[in-house]
Design a protein around this ligand. Structure first.
Ligand code: DC
Length: 268
């Protein structure tokens, strides 16, 4: 089976579920990986980066990995969404004006909650509002701006630093966590899935909430958003060096989480 080094050389290689970690030399690729867990699976002062495109299952997986390891969960996409909501609500365009000045009025705060995280924009909880289609679209546009990225990345590093310095651990999820925000993260994962399956999952989520869903439209939205996220000049979505790639297309939620926990636990 594939050692991790050969995966590094071939960035489009997909790890099949059945051979996810067979032959991977966890100890040499992740030298700090052993004995992170105590009996309760808690880990200390560890940063786990989980990147991937929309609908790859990274948010739900990252949240559960954080819960099981008693780590702080940081959803960086929610932060870009909050910025997008600010632009939308104030009729602002990312192409024009003094973005640095505008951002001085944008206070994004994440707060851990039972369900994962609460997102605040200038003191108001925006959990629901940031999930609209309009915000999804605009978030992949505003996130191309360097002022926006610089501000979000320093916030993300600051949140993680405080947590790790206090002996806590962090599961941070996004597009550029393993490549830019924390290239030296203790563990890096890159989750992918077939776009058709991602559209089906999104449709199922919407229908569960009683919202009508058109799978072919969702598929097109996913393809468009991937295109924007992968092709942008700054911090494009891509697999980080040494990241373990997991194709979640055929995996259950439990399998996705277990695979990650096994790597962290050094039991791959
Ligand atoms: O993960 P998400 O779908 O909530 O992210 C919303 C948008 O934010 C996504 O289209 C790209 C952007 N994003 C980013 O550029 N960098 C991140 N680390 C996270 C999200």
């Amino acid at each position: 089976m594939e050692p991790l080094d050969s995966l590094k050389a071939d960035s489009i290689h997909r790890i099949r579920p059945e051979n996810l970690l067979d032959g991977v030399d966890i100890a040499s690729n992740f030298p700090n990986s052993t004995n992170f867990f105590n009996e309760r699976e808690d880990i200390r002062s560890v940063i786990i980066a989980i990147d991937g495109p929309a609908g790859s299952g990274k948010s739900t997986t990252a949240r559960e990995v954080a819960r099981r390891t008693n780590s702080l969960y940081i959803d960086t996409g929610a932060m870009y969404r909050a910025v997008a909501l600010f632009f939308l609500e104030n009729g602002l365009q990312i192409e024009t004006g003094d973005i640095g000045g505008i951002l001085a009025d944008v206070l994004v705060r994440l707060e851990a909650s039972d369900k994962g995280v609460n997102v605040f924009l200038n003191g108001t909880n925006v959990n629901e509002k940031i999930r609209s289609s309009a915000v999804s679209e605009l978030s992949s546009v505003v996130s191309r701006n360097s002022d926006v990225r610089n501000k979000m990345v320093s916030l993300q590093r600051e949140m993680a630093r405080k947590c790790v310095e206090g002996g806590g651990s962090v599961v941070m999820e996004g597009r550029d966590i393993g490549t830019v925000v924390f290239p030296d993260a203790n563990f890096k994962f890159f989750l992918v899935a077939d776009p058709k399956i991602r559209a089906q999952r999104r449709a199922a989520q919407l229908r569960e909430k009683g919202v009508e869903a058109n799978e072919s439209e969702l598929y097109q939205e996913i393809i468009d958003r991937d295109g924007r996220d992968e092709s942008r000049a700054l911090s494009p979505l891509k697999k980080a060096e040494l990241a373990v790639e997991i194709d979640t297309s055929q995996l259950s939620f439990e399998e996705q989480v277990d695979n990650i926990i096994r790597v962290i636990n050094g039991n791959g």
